[in-house]
Structures are given as C-alpha cells and as structure tokens.
Design a protein around this ligand. Structure first.
Ligand SMILES: [Zn+2]
Ligand SMILES: [Zn+2]
Length: 254
C-alpha cells in the first residue's frame, strides 16, 4: 500500500474507531497509528518476544543460551502431525489482552495490528525456504463464527498473506472446516485437549489438487499452546494431500 493510501485508510478507520491503544485506551496520535495501529509505545514495550531459543517442533520459547536444536518436554514424548510451529510473541504483557479483545470483544479491526505483530514469525528460516505456501486458517465452528461475526484465524491468515515478505509466495486456502463444536481448549489440560478435539475438523468440501512436489501448508491460529489444535488440523490434511511440509504460525505462544 502506498503511504498516501495508508493515510486515507487510517483516516477512515480513525473515524470508525477513535485512535486509542487497544491495550490501555490511551489516545494515539496519527503518526503512531500508522506505525502501530491501536498500540501505544509503553504497551508495545510489554510484549515479550519468543526469542532466539525455542523448541524446534512446537515453538515453545526458553530462556538461556544454547546453539543446539532441541525438543521441549511438552512435545518430546508425543508425535505432532505438524513439522514445526513458530509463534511471534509469548502470551504475556499486552499480547494476551489484545487477543482477548480481538476474539471476545469482537474487535475485528485489531486484525491489522495483530497482522503486524505476526510478521515476527518470518525470523524463522524454515518458513523462508522453498516454494509457495498454502495458508490455511484453523477453522471455527459455524455457530461460534456467527456469534463472533468472524473467524479470528481467518482474519490473521488474510493479514499474513497481504503482508507476505518479498520473495515469499502465500496463497490463502481455507482447507478445513470445523464439524463439531467443542469445549474451549483453554479450559482443558493437555490430555483433555486431545480427547476434546477428536473428530472436530474435516477437510473443506472443495479441495485443490496436490501440487507437484507435495503441498506446503502453513496453518494459522491466534494462539498456540500445546500444539494440539494445529496438530489435529495437520493430521486431517495429511489424509488428503501428499505433504511436502506442514507448519503452523501464531501471534502468541500460550
Ligand atoms: Zn497502551
Ligand atoms: Zn516443543
């Protein structure tokens, strides 16, 4: 988007949503709005990056120094159907509040800010390798989507595609649908999550052909906690495509 178009769009958005920080409601000036829509500097400073050191499978961040590739205790003893997951930020500071307002406060416009925060996942070289990715949002059950008015993962996937870094080809492909409503995962432990999700996802009614060399699929979710949700989605997709690579990205690591 050209700077002037961005300004026009910002002016229109500012008219609908007065420019204030979504985390603390502090008013934002126009320049700040363009740079980081809906987030003030002090709140941005509370975001905690996942950092350099994280599990090569589920993306769980660790403090400390190590140059070794490793798996964390969360996923070392189980098989996930994804090749790897990368989260942009830890679920601390202003991050959790922003996601909460986005989803439960139905503040759809926050997708723009969260899309910018999601850019952080491109630090992972594995996402930059190879041909185009199909970007597949984690689906929401139709009933919940109606309540909320949108699927948060779909909004984020759209932003990810729109903001694709130069040289990286992304295509939005809603490959999955949610066929069974379940209890919110956030209330459950790891074992309960697995049982809760069994049979929850199915392939979309119309699927593209597997491209030559196998499908490269990038699942998108707002928060990845144990990786169970994205793994269930990946397992369904593996039944329908020859997979070259299947990864997952999220704004927050829960
Ligand atoms: Zn703030
Ligand atoms: Zn792990």
């Amino acid at each position: 988007m050209t700077p002037s178009l961005a300004r026009v769009r910002q002016a229109l958005l500012g008219w609908v949503y007065p420019p204030a920080c979504a985390a603390c409601d502090r008013p934002l000036d126009a320049a700040r709005q363009l740079e980081r829509p809906f987030l003030c500097e002090p709140c941005e400073a509370t975001l905690v990056p996942v950092g350099e050191l994280y599990c090569t499978v589920c993306g769980q961040g660790f403090d400390g120094v190590s140059s070794l590739a490793f798996r964390c205790a969360n996923c070392g003893d189980r098989e996930l159907a994804i090749d790897f997951a990368v989260s942009a930020w830890r679920g601390a500071g202003a991050g959790s509040g922003l996601i909460h307002r986005f989803k439960y406060g139905k503040e759809r416009h926050l997708a723009r800010l969260l899309g910018i925060l999601l850019d952080e996942v491109w630090r992972d070289e594995r996402l930059r390798e190879g041909g185009p990715w199909w970007v597949a949002p984690v689906p929401l059950h139709p009933r919940r989507r109606r309540e909320r008015g949108f699927n948060q993962s779909h909004e984020l996937a759209r932003e990810l595609v729109r903001r694709a870094p130069a040289g990286i080809e992304l295509r939005l492909r809603p490959l999955l649908r949610r066929v069974r409503a379940t209890v919110r995962q956030a209330r459950l432990d790891r074992r309960e999550r697995l049982v809760n999700l069994a049979g929850a996802y199915a392939p979309a009614r119309r699927l593209p052909e597997t491209p030559p060399g196998g499908a490269r699929i990038l699942l998108v979710d707002d928060v990845i906690t144990t990786g169970t949700t994205v793994s269930e989605c990946a397992a369904v997709l593996r039944e329908h495509f020859d997979i070259d690579r299947i990864a997952a990205v999220s704004v927050l690591r829960g």
